[in-house]
Design a protein around this ligand. Structure first.
Ligand SMILES: Cc1cc2nc3c(=O)[nH]c(=O)nc-3n(C[C@H](O)[C@H](O)[C@H](O)COP(=O)(O)OP(=O)(O)OC[C@H]3O[C@@H](n4cnc5c(N)ncnc54)[C@H](O)[C@@H]3O)c2cc1C
Length: 404
């Protein structure tokens, strides 16, 4: 599929619907409203729409997940996402992708990716915007939003514009380098909506200087683990980096982590270490523990882990049962207290946002400001790694698009 540039629109003064933010949620909402015959404009602050889509999923956009449940999201109100997710499901989006002949594949755990490029999803959205006669204007600076008797008025690049419905789809704070701004939160506050404090999430962990020096030799090492934090267990690969802990397990765990608390890493999630020690004793009792462990782990990690925990350099037969019991425990319960998550520059999402108690879960309209809507990541609904955040953007954009 060739990428097309979207025909740049001249801004009109009056629209039925003005959508601020041309990301996944904003474009979905625009298409739905446009299909209903509403006059719609998307005002995008950066030089093009969908920039996050373009870089998502390593350039292949993990656009949804085959199995999406409310439990895949973190929110002050875990029930809030149910209505939108039920109204617009992964099956709906997949059907759309297929209608547009976009080739896709399941990577793992139901995660669906474009086979060629994330550009395919942007092109799908742009084509549908064109069919729905949606105006898109980029590089726009929006200011001075005020409520009028029936609708909203704002200034966009020195021009006054008005609309009946105003949709805020400006996303979260992650990746400021490609246009993320706190605009959505500021507008919410202006209209008296509460904000759940925001933090960077799906970004992994930073370690204190001491542990960072200790783990320096592990840079690039990856192994399957389970990380438990705040009552959630995330089982995937862990990657050691120059900043600390990354890889899907650490990214996933950073969504649930509360600052100042420890994470528990199970370095052998699929088998009890004690049983394995006993089994090894029968046939390989004269081998050194670190050599045995390198049958299960990357060699560098096995050597490092034994040294870090000051395990004796003895053969398995020479280590007491008491010590082996402790070693098994340390393998399954390695406790680390990260100093912080990695931060917004690397975070896939922002946890927190517009308090869901302030919005209708069926339409995303602000309860205290009729005609004002918040959709996508700006809302306090944050998905796990694996296509859930795009599904939330599609679903919340869709439901608002039915009523704006
Ligand atoms: C590197 C990376 C990879 C990711 N990969 C995946 C993935 O594979 N699968 C998945 O489900 N999720 C992924 N995510 C998360 C996903 O991209 C977001 O959750 C999703 O894009 C949110 O959609 P949105 O429309 O709410 O916000 P965004 O996509 O962030 O769109 C918001 C738009 O508003 C614009 N904007 C901001 N401020 C203003 C302003 N003041 N005026 C006008 N416009 C403004 C922005 O430029 C942007 O275009 C990834 C995120 C990152 C950073």
């Amino acid at each position: 599929m060739q990428e097309e540039s979207y025909p740049e629109s001249r801004m009109k003064q009056n629209y039925d619907v003005i959508i601020i933010g041309g990301g996944a949620a904003g474009l979905m909402c625009a298409i739905q409203a446009g299909r209903r015959g509403r006059s719609v404009v998307v005002l995008e602050g950066s030089h093009r729409v969908g920039r996050k889509i373009l870089i998502s999923g390593g350039g292949r956009c993990n656009f949804t997940n085959k199995q999406v449940t409310p439990q895949d999201y973190v929110s002050g109100n875990p029930h809030f996402c149910k209505s939108a997710l039920a109204q617009y499901t992964p099956e709906h989006f997949i059907a759309w992708v297929e209608e547009h002949h976009i080739d896709y594949y399941e990577k793992q755990h139901g995660q669906l990716f474009c086979r060629d490029s994330a550009r395919d999803i942007i092109q799908l959205l742009q084509q549908e915007c064109q069919l729905a006669s949606v105006d898109i204007v980029t590089d726009v600076n929006v200011q001075n939003i005020i409520a009028k008797d029936s609708g909203y008025q704002l200034m966009a690049d020195e021009q006054t514009m008005s609309c009946q419905s105003l949709v805020i789809a400006t996303g979260g704070l992650s990746f400021p380098q490609i246009g993320a701004t706190p605009f959505g939160y500021d507008i919410a506050k202006q209209f008296g909506l509460r904000i759940i404090p925001t933090t960077a999430a799906l970004d992994g962990f930073q370690l204190d200087d001491e542990l960072l020096v200790e783990t320096a030799t592990l840079k690039g090492v990856s192994l399957p683990v389970s990380i438990t934090t705040n009552g959630h267990t995330c089982s995937e690969d862990l990657l050691f980096t120059h900043m600390g802990l990354s890889g899907p397990a650490a990214l996933q765990a950073s969504l649930y982590w509360q600052a100042g608390t420890a994470i528990t890493i199970d370095c052998l999630p699929d088998q009890p270490a004690w049983d394995w020690f006993m089994e090894m004793k029968e046939h390989r009792g004269r081998a050194l523990l670190k050599n045995l462990l390198s049958m299960l782990w990357p060699q560098r990690f096995a050597a490092w882990f034994c040294q870090y925990h000051q395990w004796s350099e003895l053969s398995l037969n020479q280590i007491s049962h008491h010590d082996l019991k402790n070693y098994a425990k340390q393998i399954h319960q390695w406790n680390i207290t990260p100093t912080a998550t990695v931060g917004y520059k690397k975070a896939e999402v922002t946890r927190g946002g517009v308090d869901t108690n302030e919005l209708s879960s069926k339409t995303m309209e602000a309860k205290c400001a009729p005609g004002l809507y918040f959709i996508g990541e700006v809302v306090d609904v944050t998905g796990r790694l694996g296509g859930y955040n795009f599904q939330w953007a599609w679903s919340s954009g869709y439901v608002a698009g039915q009523v704006v």
